[in-house]
Design a protein around this ligand. Structure first.
Ligand SMILES: [Mn+2]
Length: 287
């Protein structure tokens, strides 16, 4: 591991201009990792460009430098590209061409991949988050971990461990998080931004879904549904269903949960209730 970290630093130190990118639909690990490494490299005098295909999620806008992350399409020549939190270049969406044509590629990730993509790859599949690997990288490069960088890295780790709830919360994760707290990371702020940051429309949509909960099978299955009309009435967008399944699976005795959504089939093609039943699921039939 230490040799790989050193090899990564020789790539990084040789480069003058560096492009940092991560996956489509970025999450806290993607954004936090991008920003942490971006700040660290700027501290070493590099010209850093950070780019993503999709917008930074609202939950990560509080991180320092989030407003500097650019959206593709992107022009320019970069001596080195760093691909973070992606098992392959296709995950960067429309930045894939730029990643593949980069003269040098460094990969830092914790997902398994069948193929090597980078001149150097720090691929630690036992790590809970790319941000966890980056702490080791920054330490190996004697980079100062400022309070802002610590916030970015703790955000990355907390997102991928579900706030230290998932089974990937290893002793190393907690030791790493402890170090970040020592560097000034604001755990309560990060927790609230990541996990208690619902919009009013999301909360209303969740209320509708929760009001219709049903049990099935031997009672260990819990499900609910949302219609197109629910989205219209609450003003919620298509991507505002996050968190509903967590509420369902959290009900005592539940082993499996499902959220059914009315598919976007125009009602004029398949009228009314039939459209609903077909588009959602057979579980819808008794309702
Ligand atoms: Mn990740």
């Amino acid at each position: 591991m230490i040799e790989t970290l050193r090899a990564a630093w020789s790539l990084l130190d040789e480069a003058e201009s560096v492009l940092l990118t991560s996956h489509v639909n970025p999450d806290g690990d993607a954004v936090g990792s991008l920003l942490a490494l971006g700040h660290a490299l700027e501290g070493r005098g590099k010209a850093v460009t950070m780019a993503l295909q999709d917008p930074v999620p609202a939950s990560c806008l509080f991180l320092p430098g989030a407003d500097r992350i650019r959206r593709s399409p992107l022009q320019g020549a970069f001596g080195l590209t760093v691909m973070l939190d992606c098992e392959g270049p296709y995950r960067t969406g429309d930045l894939e061409g730029l990643v593949l044509s980069s003269p040098r590629l460094l990969v830092i990730d914790h997902h398994p991949s069948e193929k090597r993509w980078g001149a150097v790859e720090i691929r630690e599949t036992t790590a809970a988050a790319t941000g966890e690997i980056l702490v080791d990288l920054l330490k190996a490069g004697d980079c100062p971990i400022t309070q802002g960088v610590a916030d970015c890295l703790l955000t990355a780790i907390m997102l991928d461990t579900g706030g230290f709830r998932h089974s990937n919360t290893s002793p190393h994760v907690l030791r790493t998080a402890a170090l970040l707290l020592e560097k000034g990371a604001r755990l309560p702020v990060i927790y609230r931004e990541l996990f208690e940051n619902r919009s009013l429309t999301t909360a209303r949509l969740m209320g509708v879904a929760l009001s219709r909960i049903q049990r099935a099978g031997d009672e260990s299955i819990v499900y609910t549904y949302l219609t197109r009309d629910d989205f219209e009435r609450t003003g919620a967008g298509e991507n505002e269903t996050d968190g509903i399944n967590n509420q369902l699976i959290g009900i005592r005795g539940t082993e499996a949960s499902a959220l059914f959504r009315e598919a976007d089939i125009p009602k004029r093609l398949i009228p009314g209730a039939i459209a609903l039943a077909q588009a959602i699921h057979v579980f819808m039939m008794p309702l």
